[in-house]
Ligand binder design. Structure first.
Ligand SMILES: [Fe+2]
Ligand SMILES: [Fe+2]
Length: 304
C-alpha cells in the first residue's frame, strides 16, 4: 500500500467529537427496526422510546445540536451545486478501496480510546452482518464500503458537509427532518420558487433530478457509479436520506425506478444502524472474502 498523507486537521467548524457521535444519535432516533425487515436483530439501545415518542431535541448532546444547526444553515442549493461540480470531477486522488479505508482509519475519535479504528470496524461489522443474513455479494460489498465517502473530511470538508441525515434542496424542507427549526436561517427559504409545494420539481420527477444535501453519500456515489449495480448505487447515494426511508416524506418525487429501489435502501438501513458496541469480527478470517469482492467489483485504483 502506498504512503498516505496525514489527514487535514479537524475543521474549525467541527462540533462532533467524531462521526460516531452523529451515528449514535441516528441509532437512538430510530430504535425500532422497520417492519418485515431483512437484517440483524435490533441492538441494545441506550435510549428507549417513552409513550411511543422520544424527544430527540432534549436528548441530543450540544455538539450534535450545533452540528445540525450548521448543517441546516449551510446546506443550500448554491452550496450543493458547487460541491457537485467540484468533487464531481474526482480529481482529488487516485486510491484503491483499501487505501481509502486506511485514510478513513486515520480519523479516530481522540476523546474515546475504545473508538480506535471505529470506521473499519463499522465497515466490517455491517458487512459481516449482511453476509450472515445471506444477502447477495454486491449487497455485502456495498455494506462494507458504504461510508468510504467520509474521506471528504480528509480533503478539508467540515463535518456538516460530510455526515448528517440528507434532504432535498429546491423544495420546502420537511418538518420531519431533525431539528427543522434550524432551517429558519437557511437562505434558500427566501427563494420563492423553492417554496412552491413541489419547489422546482414535478411530482414523479425521480430522485436523480433532485439536488440532495451534500455529504459522503452523494460523493461515494460519484466514485462507484460506473462499477456497482444500480441497486448498490441507490443504497450508497441515499442511505442517509432518513426523511424518505424512515419518515416517508418526499414520496411525491419518486419515479418508478426509485420506488423499485427504495426497498434496497430500507433493507440496508438496519445493517448501518447495527454495529457499535457489538463484538468485533475476526478481521484475519473475513478480510480475504472482502479482498476478493473488492478485486471483482472495484479493482485497482479509483478516482476520488
Ligand atoms: Fe453513512
Ligand atoms: Fe454507516
Amino acid at each position: 500500500m502506498s504512503a498516505i498523507a496525514a489527514p487535514t486537521p479537524a475543521h474549525p467548524q467541527d462540533t462532533l467529537s467524531g462521526f460516531e457521535e452523529w451515528e449514535h444519535f441516528v441509532e437512538e432516533r430510530y430504535p425500532t427496526p422497520l417492519e418485515g425487515q431483512i437484517g440483524p436483530p435490533p441492538m441494545q439501545r441506550t435510549m428507549q422510546r417513552r409513550d411511543g415518542y422520544r424527544d430527540y431535541r432534549a436528548e441530543a448532546r450540544p455538539g450534535v445540536k450545533e452540528f445540525y444547526r450548521l448543517n441546516h444553515i449551510h446546506q443550500t442549493m448554491d452550496l450543493v451545486k458547487a460541491k457537485q461540480q467540484d468533487f464531481g470531477r474526482l480529481n482529488r486522488k487516485e486510491m484503491s478501496v483499501w487505501e481509502a479505508i486506511e485514510l478513513l482509519d486515520t480519523i479516530v475519535d481522540d476523546s474515546d480510546p475504545d473508538n480506535e479504528n471505529s470506521q473499519i470496524w463499522h465497515a466490517l461489522q455491517s458487512g459481516e452482518a449482511a453476509r450472515e443474513a445471506g444477502l447477495p455479494d454486491w449487497f455485502v460489498l456495498t455494506t462494507f464500503i458504504h461510508d468510504l465517502g467520509k474521506v471528504l473530511c480528509c480533503f478539508g470538508e467540515p463535518q456538516w458537509a460530510v455526515v448528517g441525515d440528507t434532504f432535498p434542496l429546491g423544495c420546502p424542507f420537511s418538518d420531519k427532518i431533525v431539528f427543522p427549526e434550524f432551517f429558519a436561517e437557511n437562505p434558500d427559504l427566501k427563494v420563492p420558487s423553492f417554496q412552491r409545494p413541489f419547489g422546482i420539481y414535478e411530482p414523479g420527477c425521480g430522485l436523480d433530478k433532485v439536488a440532495m444535501s451534500w455529504g459522503h453519500d452523494e460523493y461515494l456515489y460519484y466514485v462507484i457509479r460506473h462499477y456497482l449495480p444500480l441497486e448498490a448505487q441507490y443504497i450508497i447515494r441515499y442511505h442517509s436520506f432518513y426523511p424518505l426511508h424512515r419518515e416517508h416524506e418526499y414520496l411525491w418525487m419518486l419515479n418508478e425506478q426509485d420506488r423499485k429501489n427504495l426497498k434496497w435502501i430500507k433493507a440496508f438501513n438496519p445493517f448501518d444502524l447495527y454495529s457499535k458496541g457489538d463484538a468485533k469480527p475476526d478481521a484475519e478470517r473475513c478480510l480475504p472474502y472482502y479482498r476478493e469482492l473488492v478485486d471483482r467489483y472495484l479493482p485497482g485504483r479509483l478516482k476520488w
